[in-house]
Ligand binder design. Sequence first.
Ligand code: ADP
Ligand code: MG
Length: 386
Amino acid sequence: MPQLRPAVTRRHAPNHASMNGESSSSAAKKAGAASDAPPGYELPWVEKYRPRFLDEIVGNSETVERLKIIAKDGNMPHVIISGMPGIGKTTSILCLAHELLGSAYKEAVLELNASDERGIDVVRNRIKGFAQKKVTLPPGRQKIVILDEADSMTGGAQQALRRTMEIYSSTTRFAFACNQSNKIIEPLQSRCAILRYARLTDQQLLKRLMEICEAEKVQYSDEGLAALIFSAEGDMRQAVNNLQSTVAGFGFVNGDNVFKVVDSPHPVAVQAMIKACYDGRIDQALETLRELWYLGSPSIYGSVAEWMWGRLLTAGMRDKGYSAVDLISTMFRVTKTIDTISEHSKLEFIKEIGFTHMRVLEGVGTHLQLQGCIARLCRINMRKPT
Ligand SMILES: Nc1ncnc2c1ncn2[C@@H]1O[C@H](COP(=O)(O)OP(=O)(O)O)[C@@H](O)[C@H]1O
Ligand SMILES: [Mg+2]
């Protein structure tokens, strides 16, 4: 694994160190000097530790290998990179463009993302204008149009790209990044090589987080890192952002602090609830659910209030608790990982939680809905022949 680079203040540093044959120490000095400039200001770590070379991208190694070959040989095909957010799609395209074009990056790359206007006029004017522009490039290299978050482009704009892509393909290549490749119209898909990125594994997230912790001298506990990984669900951007927020808010990364920052139910509490269901201790399971639902309100107060004033009073107290969707999806993810529950019960639990999730998504995300789910989970083991 290559070393993390020192602070990079600009993502699109036009003088890419590797292409200019610049020594890494002088690149480091330059980056260091730049990051010293505004006192008291710190870049978000997601930007600071955004990989600058394809080599540094974590995960999806087969696909990244293909990109590396393209970076080496030139002649980039039109590509679509698709996958969930925060796994390195934009970064890969930027690295690829930098490695292909080096110091010509600024002139030879047109970068448009969701924050830019990308309607049909932009395709007709800006993209076409860029495609017609003459730029002197090393042999075998083409200009690159990067269309980030391409799935949010209108159908009309995508249609208008078809001809442009064909007519200028000898001088201009297109790279799309999107969350869902099916939102890209078929004719564009058929012109492109489609690369799918998978979510990152826990080990990959862990390794990267530990490297960042080391570089930033972060104090952490193992359980803190586990919490970051649990809450990120394979999304590196979220993991790194949550790490930085936890450090900024608490100075120490442990499980409790992380779950306060990400504001999601603590899996330990949820696990206790599921285990209580497994053992048939329904009172305890409902009590834990109540605590999560009314977070911090004394249970007796909660139950009296609920009983006497119904929604009038409890609605105000509810402000602090977790939403039904958060609770049910954490229940699902926790249940998957509990070892002490038998395989059969686990499947039954997941089925029941799945049905409740469906009802919650349909709009019935009430306390009663979750209480019903808990009751059904408790019943599962009662039915089991002994
Ligand atoms: N595979 C990865 N390797 C290393 N860092 C990553 C990776 N994926 C995402 N990151 C981190 O998350 C940030 C956002 O990544 P980005 O490529 O913009 O994600 P997206 O897939 O949503 O386009 C990057 O700046 C980087 O810090
Ligand atoms: Mg992106």
